[in-house]
Design a protein around this ligand. Structure first.
Ligand code: HEM
Length: 184
């Protein structure tokens, strides 16, 4: 990557990070009951992830090309497997949208970063077969890097940049609905 390209990437990545930081913090606060009681609130957490990720992905336009599509399929399959083992099902929430593909990728691939951090924090002492399948999903740093390169093409302050920012906020709101909707 040239230094000019690196500068542009940092520019919009940084805007996205800074301007959606409050929403991310609110999401972390929403899920704090799980962090405080990982075993007691595990099923609720998994159901909320299932519902939130599916709603975000279903919010894409029908013709949209979303980099994280196979990742979502894998995560939903893992979450369904975990929920089945717990005898629970996720309550679905209605999608919003259509959301920008880059907003969907940012939320899906970004949430993997948080999940990896949670796995280390909450399950590092556990045997692999005791850890829910959702937390054993691969980290895929190369996909995150590819996504960051795609963000490089977005001019900060452009109409598209503003749409992506708003759509990321909408996606975080979908996750809040998903967390509130779960009965488990
Ligand atoms: C308890 C729940 C969560 C915790 C504790 C958490 C924590 C984190 C942490 C520690 C990072 C930084 C990881 C790194 O830089 O290596 C991160 C990044 C991120 N998380 Fe979360 N997260 C949570 C839930 C979510 C959810 C549900 C979403 C999406 C709906 C999300 C979206 C993101 C995004 C987009 C980033 C990347 C931010 C950037 O670098 O621009 N997170 N999260």
């Amino acid at each position: 990557m040239t230094s000019a390209a690196a500068g542009r990437e940092t520019a919009f990545r940084r805007c996205l990070y800074l301007e959606t930081r409050d929403e991310h913090e609110a999401t972390e606060a929403t899920f704090s009951p799980f962090i405080d009681d990982p075993h007691g609130r595990l099923t609720w957490f998994l159901a909320a992830q299932r519902s939130g990720l599916a709603a975000i992905f279903q919010s894409r336009a029908s013709e949209a090309c979303v980099l994280s599509g196979t990742v979502v399929d894998d995560l939903v399959r893992r979450l369904d497997q975990d929920l089945l083992s717990a005898g629970a099902v996720a309550v679905e929430v209605a999608p919003a949208g259509p959301l920008e593909p880059l907003a969907i990728d940012y939320l899906v691939l970004g949430s993997r970063l948080g999940t990896q951090a949670l796995r280390l924090r909450l399950f590092s002492g556990d045997r692999a077969d005791e850890i829910p399948a959702y937390f054993r999903a691969p980290a895929l740093p190369q996909l995150w890097r590819a996504h960051c390169l795609a963000l490089e093409a977005i001019a900060p302050g452009s109409a598209r940049a503003d749409r992506i920012l708003e759509n990321v906020k909408t996606g975080f709101a979908l996750f809040a609905h998903a967390a509130a909707a779960q009965k488990t």
